[in-house]
Structure formats: C-alpha cells, structure tokens
Design a protein around this ligand. Structure first.
Ligand code: CAA
Ligand code: FAD
Length: 379
C-alpha cells in the first residue's frame, strides 16, 4: 500500500473538509434536535460530486477511487454523520451496486439522477425478523411472468421517506433458500408501496429511517438486478464495500470528537493550569490519537484493497469493527474531557457520542463483523 496520497486525493479531502466546515457545521445541532432531513445540504453534495463519487463519468459520477471516497466520508462525518450516512448509502450500496451489476438500461435510467443528488437511493435488506440473519427473508417477490409481485415489510431503511429509488431484497424461491433471493428496483409511487413513520432515533437524527410496506406491488421483470437468484450475493457484495464507507464514517466521528477535545483541553483551566497539563487528560488524548491513526490505516487498507481489485471483505470488516469501537470510545472520552459542558448540545460531543453508537450496529453489527473476519481467516 502506498501511504502517500495523490494530489487528486488531497484535493478531494480538502474540498470535503471545506464543504463540511462551511456548509454543515452551522446547522448541525438544529438538524439533530429537530430530526430535520438535510435536503439542501444533500443537494449541494450532489452538485459537488459527493453523491456518486466512484461512478464512471459516463453515468454522471466522479470516476474516483475508494481511497478518495474514504477521505471525503471522514471529513463530512467529522461534522455531520447524518449527512454522511445518506451519502454512504447512496454511493456504496445503491450507485456502486447499480453500476457493477445493473443492465445498461438500468444504469442510464437511474445513475445520472442519483450521482447528481437530484434523487436519492435506498437499500432495503433488513426486516422485522431478519437483521443480522439476513438470509431469513420474509418479503416475497413472486414470479408472475413479466413482473414480480412484491409483498412484505422492510425495517430501518435509511433514506426511507426521501428516496426515489429503492433496491429491495426479496425471496422468490424459498426452496433454494438464499440462492432463491432477488433484488428489485422499486420506484417511489409504485402502487401498493407505502412508507412508515420516521423513527425517533438516539443518533444520526438528521437522516431519515423508516419501514417500507409492500402490498401486491407489481415490479416489472426488467427491474431485477442480475440473474434470477443473484440477490443475496448482490447484497453481500455491496455490503462488503459499504462497510468501508461506514468505517470511514466512524473514523470521522472519532476524529471530530478528538479535534474538539484537543482544542478544549488547551483552553479549559482547572487547578490553575489547562486541563491538557493533567496526565489523566494527556493519556486520554494519547489513546484517542493512537486509535484514530490505526483506524485510518485500516480504512485506507480496505479502500486500497478494493481499488486494487483484491479481496476486501475481511479488511473492510476489520476496518468497520475497529473504527466503530474507536468512534464509540473516543466520543465517550470526549464528553468526559469536556466535563459538564460535554453534556450539553452546544459543545457537539454529546451528539457525536450518540451518533457513534450506530456505527457498531448497521451494515452488520460488530458481532457480525467478527463472524465475517473469523470465517475469512479460518477458511
Ligand atoms: N461476497 C459475495 N458473496 C458472499 C459474501 C461476499 N462478501 N459473503 C457471503 N456470501 C455468500 C456466500 O458465498 C453464500 O453463498 P453460496 O452458498 O452460494 O456460496 C451466501 O452469501 C450465504 O453466506 P453464508 O452461508 O455465510 O450466510 P450466513 O447465513 O451464515 O450469513 C452473514 C452471513 C455474513 C452473517 C450475513 O447474513 C450478513 O452479512 N449479515 C448482516 C446483514 C447486514 O449487514 N445488514 C446490513 C443492512 S444495510 C444497512 O445496514 C445500511 C445502513 O444501515 C446504512
Ligand atoms: P439482530 O440481528 O436481532 O441482533 C441483535 C443482537 O444479537 C446484536 O447485538 C447482534 O450482533 C447479535 N447477534 C445476532 N446474531 C448473532 C450471531 N450469530 N452471533 C453473535 N451475535 C449475534 N438495514 C437496511 O437494510 N437498510 C438500511 O438502510 C438500514 N439503515 C439502518 C439505519 C438505522 C439507524 C438502523 C438502526 C438500522 C438500519 N438498518 C438498515 C438495519 C441494520 O442493518 C440492522 O439493525 C442490523 O443489521 C442488526 O439487525 P437487528 O437490528 O435485527 O439485530
């Protein structure tokens, strides 16, 4: 792995940093407080090329590598993890999956809108009774000749009410178990498709999460992605890359909390000196900085593996496992360093602590990442 970032990668990092500081920072507390979806901000992110970074320019994307994507995700997550989850789902689950496995017609129809931020995508795998155990799909896509009849419920879907395009995982042939699963492109407004109320969440409150209900939705056959029965492999493939994005999100939350803590520790005085002169605080900062550097290396390693067309399921799972723990540990200590001020919203770190938790749950819990890693190292 080359540790030197290219000029192009550094430029992407700088552009994301500038955008996050100038456009996201000011309203982030209010969006969190009122669960306000960052519609304007996402539109701008689309205009700046952050919504389809890795998609080929032929379909309106930025044609960038995964390393650039990781760098941008870190910068945006430092300020607003709600914006970065919307960005992550759109980039690594929806756009990447469509470009890699979609038909030419599907790509031309959906990618230009998704990459420019004119429309948003969602990825619907989880169900009320199928989260970690993702092969236990109850949603059915009955083959009716020239269309599928879709019935069932999806839970916890990011961009649930705001998306226009949904990649929905459903069981077509239960006898074949996971090899009978398909992924269908469902559009908002299809008859029989409804969304549930927005979930009232602990963190990433600006993002919109809800359930999806399908009742006899007729989905044309040409909306299936890949061959019949490819759906579960598709889900696993996009999630392998998606986990790199969520690892970068966790890294960003950790870096954001660390940077605020470092600054605060030099300003706040107790017992006549800045608290940064107390060894207990210095050691917290040392642990934070060490874990963040290690997390960044794992994120870049997995991004590099993906860009080099090497296997990245293990390195992506490792990056997500470690970076999400780093995010949680760092954000909790950031609140501690801020003392009572850390417990109120104006100082940002309490939000980061709440946002950090989800990185250990979605796109595969930490326990699931350990299953993925151990299977890889034992095979
Ligand atoms: N690439 C391609 N195929 C893969 C794969 C990969 N990385 N990983 C597994 N597969 C294939 C296997 O080869 C197998 O297919 P075959 O039998 O044809 O070979 C099939 O998938 C099933 O694999 P397993 O037998 O390993 O299945 P399992 O039931 O033991 O479960 C699991 C595997 C890793 C636990 C999987 O169920 C899993 O990842 N669960 C977590 C689900 C998850 O991450 N959900 C996230 C939802 S999206 C989200 O959360 C977005 C957001 O918040 C923002
Ligand atoms: P469960 O699978 O019921 O797990 C409960 C606990 O048991 C966890 O600690 C888990 O690690 C543990 N556990 C389960 N199985 C094992 C095992 N074999 N070994 C050891 N421990 C195990 N899903 C989507 O499809 N699309 C989205 O856009 C999306 N966005 C989300 C946004 C938010 C805010 C949230 C909260 C969730 C989102 N999800 C989404 C769903 C998310 O991926 C699931 O919540 C997650 O995969 C865990 O599934 P579960 O909640 O059913 O927990």
């Amino acid at each position: 792995m080359d540790f030197q970032l290219t000029e192009e990668q550094l430029a992407v990092q700088a552009a994301a940093r500038e955008f996050a500081q100038n456009e996201l920072w000011a309203g982030v507390i209010e969006r969190d407080e009122h669960q306000k979806f960052p519609a304007e901000q996402i539109k701008k992110m689309g205009e700046l090329g952050f919504m389809g970074m890795m998609v080929s320019p032929e379909y309106g994307g930025g044609g960038m590598d995964t390393v650039s994507y990781v760098l941008a995700m870190e910068e945006i997550s430092k300020v607003d993890a709600s914006c970065s989850v919307i960005m992550s789902v759109n980039n690594s689950l929806v756009c990447w999956g469509l470009e890699k496995y979609g038909t030419e017609e599907q790509k031309r129809k959906y990618l230009p809108g998704l990459t420019s931020g004119q429309i948003i995508g969602a990825f619907a795998l989880s169900e009320p009774e199928a989260g970690s155990d993702a092969t236990s799909q109850r949603t059915t896509a009955e083959d009716k000749g020239d269309y599928y009849l879709l019935n069932g419920t999806k839970n916890w879907i990011t961009n649930g009410t705001t998306a226009s395009v949904y990649l929905v995982v459903a069981q077509t042939n239960p006898e074949l178990k996971h090899r009978g699963i398909n992924v269908l492109i469902v559009e908002k407004g299809m008859e029989g498709f409804q969304t549930g109320p927005k979930e009232n969440k602990l963190g990433i409150r600006g993002s919109d999460t809800c359930s999806l209900m399908f009742t006899d939705v007729k989905v044309p056959k040409e909306n299936r992605i890949g061959e019949d029965g490819f759906g579960f492999k598709f889900a696993m493939q996009v999630l392998a890359g998606g986990r790199i994005g969520i690892a970068a999100q966790a890294l960003g939350i950790a870096s954001g909390a660390y940077e605020l803590s470092l600054k605060y520790s030099k300003e706040r005085k107790a017992f006549g000196v800045p608290i940064s002169q107390h060894q207990a605080i210095q050691f917290k900062l040392a642990d934070m900085a060490t874990n963040i550097d290690a997390a960044r290396l794992l994120c870049l390693q997995s991004a590099h593996d993906k860009d080099a067309h090497q296997d990245y399921a293990k390195s992506g799972a490792m990056a997500k496992l470690f970076a999400s723990k780093t995010a949680m540990d760092t954000a909790v200590e950031a609140v501690q360093i801020h003392g009572g001020y850390g417990f109120v919203k104006e100082y940002h770190v309490e939000r980061m602590m709440r946002d950090a938790k989800i990185t250990q749950i979605y796109e595969g819990t930490s326990e699931i990442q350990k299953i993925v890693i151990s299977r890889e190292i034992l095979k």
